[in-house]
Write a protein that binds this ligand. Structure first.
Ligand code: AMP
Ligand code: ZN
Ligand code: FE
Ligand code: FE
Length: 279
């Protein structure tokens, strides 16, 4: 059996792994394919593709985009998108710019709350990657004032917590449309983290094609629940570890994987989408 891990980050967003490290780890785990799904960045895809032959691991081009609803934030994955499309790359550059600006807002709020972090340190940690709250969390950890990531997100930088700042007013509809226009298959990431599913039917109306049933944060009950939901709404099933290298304390690569056949289904769906939406 061939397997794929369809949710992997690199240091082009908030993983500690370089493309080389991600690909080497995928080979070590015996994976036939991994999908590179960095937050608001496609820069890791090319370097990983260039290493595909060396490590014998296929690379599925992908992205993870953030969209905001009134009371929650959701993540949308886009598989097999045309990641070189100039309009899309330009859009991502704008989003990356607002990610940088919002770090200053978050740092200011944290300083007010008595947490001594500096924007420069956070940018240094992010390196060439799109900067985000995982980098902020790593900087907060270094102050020694908190016990762990849970406390950091629950008390400070989680969605709409006191030190949270948004970076993009992208509705789920707009994110799905952008992914479709780029020829990608829009898939809702880790829905089990949300607490309710009320928003999902609307996403399906907007063009959602898949659901990330298998994820490191989904227990058995969630997996069964979303398997059923995928059947009910005729959505493709995907799954991945959401590996951030050492970014979340432990390397998750390959701990969640799906049969390679699902990659082929995504590829077929992308072909249909490309014909329909890409001008
Ligand atoms: P950002 O790109 O700034 O939205 O940050 C996203 C990163 O923060 C991702 O790696 C998420 O998994 C992580 N993250 C967001 N919320 C939480 C949370 N409540 N607990 C742990 N990690 C989180
Ligand atoms: Zn991340
Ligand atoms: Fe996510
Ligand atoms: Fe992710």
């Amino acid at each position: 059996m061939k397997y794929a891990d369809l949710h992997v980050h690199t240091f082009y967003s908030d993983s500690t792994f370089s493309p080389e490290e991600a690909m080497a780890r995928a080979q070590e785990k015996g994976l036939a394919a991994i999908a590179i799904c960095d937050h608001d960045s496609v820069e890791g895809i090319g370097p990983c593709e260039n290493l595909s032959g060396k490590f014998g691991v296929e690379v599925v081009p992908g992205i993870e985009m953030t969209a905001e609803m009134a009371d929650a934030e959701i993540h949308l994955l886009g598989y097999f998108l045309d990641w070189k499309a100039p309009w899309f790359v330009k859009r991502l550059k704008e989003i990356q710019g607002s990610r940088i600006n919002r770090i200053y807002v978050i740092v200011e709020k944290l300083n007010q709350a008595g947490i001594d972090v500096k924007a420069e340190d956070i940018f240094r940690m992010a390196g060439k990657g799109t900067v985000g709250r995982l980098h902020v969390a790593q900087a907060i950890m270094k102050t020694g004032k908190v016990r762990g990531f849970k406390e950091i997100f629950d008390k400070y930088i989680g969605f709409q917590k006191p030190c949270y700042a948004p970076y993009v007013k992208f509705s789920p509809k707009e994110a799905i449309e952008a992914i479709l226009k780029a020829g990608g298959v829009p898939v809702i990431a880790h829905p089990g983290l949300m607490g309710n599913d009320d928003y999902i039917p609307e996403l399906v109306d907007h063009g959602l094609r898949g659901i990330e049933v298998y994820h490191s944060d989904h227990k058995k009950a969630a997996r069964m629940h979303y398997e059923e939901m995928a059947r009910r709404y005729d959505l493709l099933v995907t799954g991945g570890s959401d590996c951030h290298g050492m970014g979340k304390g432990r390397v998750l690569m390959g701990e969640v994987r799906v049969p390679y056949m699902l990659v082929e289904k995504l590829k077929e769906e992308a072909e249909i989408i490309r014909k329909k939406y890409v001008k």
